[in-house]
Design a binder for this molecule. Structure first.
Ligand code: ARG
Length: 471
């Protein structure tokens, strides 16, 4: 059917209500319409309607033959949308009205029976849950992929010494592997949150009706089983007016984006001439239109920037819901663009960052050179004296003095001669050089969670196990 006749059906549907004697103003129609953004739920809308019609037929609420023709009609609509033979009509109020109008124009009166024992309020609640259930799975796959990518890079850099920072000041020696594995921990929590959110999404609201359920003897459990939900909602008012799962998913995505943004920020720093710890592959960086020397980490800057809008999406959703009385209010139509934006953005960011990380070059020597300059072994120098019997506070003071001597002479603790050490404290011996070497400093931090190779290898192994990965 062409869009013109579809439009007629929709107009007719609006008048079926019988309450109105005039067509709605064109501007108001546009203002009300959500089809431009909810059309992406067409598959889920049809899937939900097929389950509903099947149940209505089985329960004897509508004729079995009507149920069969509804299911066939819906399958035809789905096929035509997917092939491009049927396009969405922008004058339709929403995807639900569009599909129903199409169905009625295709199969006649049977189509008008689909909406028995159902309201768009529980229909839309069902559709969003079905849609977000799929999206949450896709995000999980990508987040897992990123975590595994970081594990892979980490396993190649368990001996790549770099400075660890606090206050962005060189603090203590760690390895690149150890640093990356910190991000894996964040991602593991993100994945856990997504899994928990998926459980709360996976509850079936159909049967809530407009707000007060229905007088028809529907079988909610049957619809639940057909659509593979884990349970049905317990209160019809809540069933149609709950958008917690949208807010929760957007919140989980915002947290994930915040993690991607922190990693992005570090990559931006590491790419700078001031750091030069990594180099991005040419395919994942851009040049400047005026400055020929530039190679900009645009992807990571965009990820950092887009994190702001995803945080905005969460605020949009919370603010949209916070003053709503029960049950459904049209304000809730505003849930979709925000949650869709969060979902689209995080998928885009994850799928761009993964190959960017896989192809980046790690400039080990630069990391090491910087690690050698920042007195990041000062704690280890103090600990050396503690092992010789000095109280830590005394050892700390002596080491502080030695650092000051080095700064004055423009040298490092590794290069300072033994005489200078002994002058500061006679407990120093030749073995101090071994104790403060960067490799020793890292290797000695073998407490589980620390940067020593064996500890990081355990972290990687455990993370991969959590991610369900064969070793
Ligand atoms: N397009 C609407 C939405 O997204 C569908 C529900 C409409 N219900 C209503 N009573 N107007 O929320």
């Amino acid at each position: 059917m062409d869009n013109k006749s579809n439009e007629k059906v929709i107009q007719a549907m609006k008048l079926w209500a019988g309450r109105f004697s005039k067509e709605v103003d064109e501007k108001v129609n546009d203002f009300n319409s959500s089809i431009s953004f909810d059309c992406r739920m067409y598959r889920h809308d049809i899937q939900g309607s097929i389950a509903h019609a099947t149940m209505l037929g089985e329960a004897g609420i509508i004729d079995k033959t009507d149920a069969e023709s509804i299911v066939k009609g819906l399958e035809g609509i789905l096929a035509d949308i997917e092939s491009g033979a049927l396009t969405f009509d922008p004058t339709a109020e929403d995807i639900h009205m569009f599909v129903e109008a199409q169905l009625t124009s295709r199969i006649g009166d049977a189509g008008k029976r689909l909406h028995t024992a159902r309201s768009r309020n529980d229909q839309v609640a069902l559709d969003i849950r079905l849609y977000l259930r799929d999206e949450a799975k896709e995000i999980r796959v990508l987040a897992r992929d990123l975590a595994l990518t970081l594990c892979d890079i980490a396993s190649q850099h368990t001996e790549t010494v770099m400075p660890g920072y606090t206050h962005l000041q060189r603090a203590q020696p760690i390895t690149f592997a150890h640093h990356l594995m910190a991000y894996v921990q964040m991602l593991l929590r993100d994945i856990q949150r997504l899994d928990q959110c998926a459980e709360r999404i996976n509850v079936m609201p159909l049967g809530s009706g407009a707000l007060a359920s229905t007088t028809y003897p529907i079988d909610r459990q049957r619809v639940c089983d057909l659509l593979q939900f884990s349970s049905v909602t317990d209160n019809s008012l809540d069933g149609v007016s709950d958008r917690d799962f949208c807010i929760e998913l957007a919140g989980d995505i915002a947290m994930l984006m915040m993690h991607l943004s922190r990693l992005s920020e570090e990559i931006i720093l590491w790419c700078s001439w001031e750091f030069k710890f990594i180099e991005l592959d040419d395919a994942y960086a851009t040049g400047s239109s005026i400055m020929p020397q530039k190679k900009n980490p645009d992807i990571t800057e965009l990820v950092r920037g887009k994190t702001g809008r995803v945080i905005g999406d969460v605020v949009t959703l919370l603010t949209m819901m916070k003053g709503l009385p029960l049950a459904y209010n049209k304000d809730m139509q505003e849930d979709k663009e925000a949650v869709f934006d969060a979902v689209d953005t995080v998928k885009l960011c994850l799928s761009t960052m993964i190959p960017m990380l896989r192809t980046m070059r790690v400039l080990k020597d630069n990391m090491r050179a910087v690690a050698a300059k920042g007195f990041i072994n000062a704690t280890d120098c103090a600990d050396y004296l503690v092992k010789k019997g000095l109280p830590f506070r005394d050892a700390y003071k002596i080491t502080g003095h030695l650092v000051a001597v080095c700064i004055e002479r423009g040298t490092t603790l590794e290069e300072l001669e033994l005489d200078a050490y002994r002058k500061a404290c006679p407990s120093f011996d030749e073995d101090v050089y071994q104790a403060i070497s960067l490799d020793t400093c890292v290797a000695e931090r073998k407490v589980y969670s620390g940067p020593a190779k064996e500890s990081v290898l355990k972290q990687i192994e455990k993370a991969k196990e959590v991610l369900g990965c064969e070793q």
